[in-house]
Design a protein around this ligand. Structure first.
Ligand SMILES: [Fe+2]
Length: 388
């Protein structure tokens, strides 16, 4: 803008007025300026504005707050009123968008004893984690899966599934979906009219008929390194794991077997749930981890652009996220937005702390965006590799 140095004061005033008028006109036409002539004015700091907008913030939701609300909702809203009765974690930085972090949606749900919902399916990938009750139930494409605390059940994109509870007690579970991501991509869709073939024609059904043994996933894929040859591994779209349930006892056993290993200074002892056929994360959009923090253990700080939701399952501790302290206990949910520096601390000197972690890392990796850095004990910032 070399011409501006020769402007007379009245011309500069005129230019300012004309610029303001231009900004107004752009705004009225749903257009935005992207140039940097007045960085000192916050409303025209273009780089700042590009990065602004809705951004998830670090946050913790406490199960002690949520649990009584789940019971109240179950009293007030029966399955006759609504097939859905979930309490959604809405990140304060994303509201009114129902997102827990920018790409992931999380909801807690309580099922009454012996309550089974009709089947539905959607283009969204989801995972359901048992919290309380031994007989949470999800039928997935004809595989009837009963699950307890810590077990995780996949309901992949386009897989018909129906949720419920086969037990005589209340059962609580929490689910994580890639819904906000699929909404951004205009890829979210739902179907509720479940049909099965009967006498050569399709008829609507309230429940899925079982087409697989109720132990199909664990028996077929629960022995890492061994794969049955006589079972078809082609399930659903082929874009996700064919193993629809991962039992918590296996995760715990693997974590425990490594407790004497030095682990990663940034993650301690962390294992990833994988597709047993491809070795990849269970979904193309989301991945999941079990993480053991040994008594008194504290991880070094790291920052990644993947967004995380962490669910403590055992023990208690706290996380420092961008300098703020977030205490957690079992079944809480901690949002760690991409880009935040964070570290975890097990506050007990005698008990383990075990977390279940959901991450949108595969999406970022696929698109070539994934970045992860850690701070060393000396305070140096280093790039962390794939398994770092
Ligand atoms: Fe669903």
């Amino acid at each position: 803008m070399s011409g501006s140095t020769t402007e007379l004061p009245h011309q500069r005033d005129n230019r300012k007025a004309r610029l303001d008028s231009l900004y107004e006109r752009l705004d009225s036409l749903d257009l935005a300026p992207y140039w940097a002539v007045e960085k000192h004015r916050e409303d025209h700091d273009e780089d700042g504005q590009v990065l602004k907008g809705r951004r998830a913030v670090p946050y913790v939701w406490r199960y002690a707050d949520i649990e009584p609300l789940l019971h109240q909702a179950a009293e007030l809203v029966t399955m006759d009123d609504s097939e859905r009765r979930s309490i959604v974690l809405v990140n304060p930085g994303m509201a009114p968008v129902r997102a827990t972090v920018s790409t992931l949606y999380t909801a807690y749900r309580l099922n009454d004893p012996r309550e089974i919902m009709p089947p539905h399916r959607h283009s969204i990938n989801a995972v359901r984690i048992g919290l309380t009750g031994e007989k949470n139930f999800t039928g997935v494409e004809g595989e009837p899966i009963t699950f307890g605390p810590g077990d995780i059940v996949l309901t992949p994109a386009d897989a018909w599934h129906n949720h419920g509870n086969h037990g005589d007690d209340f059962a609580v579970n929490v689910s994580v979906l890639d819904l906000p991501l699929s909404e951004v991509l205009n890829a979210a869709s739902f179907e509720h009219d479940y049909r099965e073939e009967e006498d050569g024609r399709l008829v609507s059904r309230r429940e899925q008929s079982a087409r697989f043994h109720d132990d199909h996933s664990s028996r077929t894929y629960g022995f890492g390194g061994l794969r049955p040859r006589f079972v078809s591994h082609a399930r659903g779209s082929g874009q996700h794991s064919p193993m629809y349930v991962y039992r918590w006892e296996r995760t715990l056993a693997l974590l425990d077997s490594f407790r004497d290993h030095e682990g990663s200074p940034w993650d301690s002892i962390m294992v990833e749930y994988t597709d047993p056929v491809s070795g990849r994360p269970v979904y193309p959009t989301m991945t999941f981890f079990g993480q053991l923090l040994r008594p008194g253990e504290r991880t070094l700080a790291q920052r990644q652009n993947a967004s995380l939701v962490c669910f403590p399952f055992q023990g208690s501790g706290h996380s420092l996220i961008d300098g703020d302290r977030f205490d957690w206990r079992p079944y809480d949910a901690v949002a760690i937005p991409g880009g935040a520096w964070y570290e975890h601390v097990n506050d007990s000197d005698t008990e383990d702390a075990i977390l279940f972690v959901a991450s949108d890392e595969p999406t970022l990796r696929t698109l070539g965006f994934f970045r992860r850095h850690g701070r060393t004990a000396d305070g140096e910032v280093v790039a962390l590799g794939v398994n770092g």
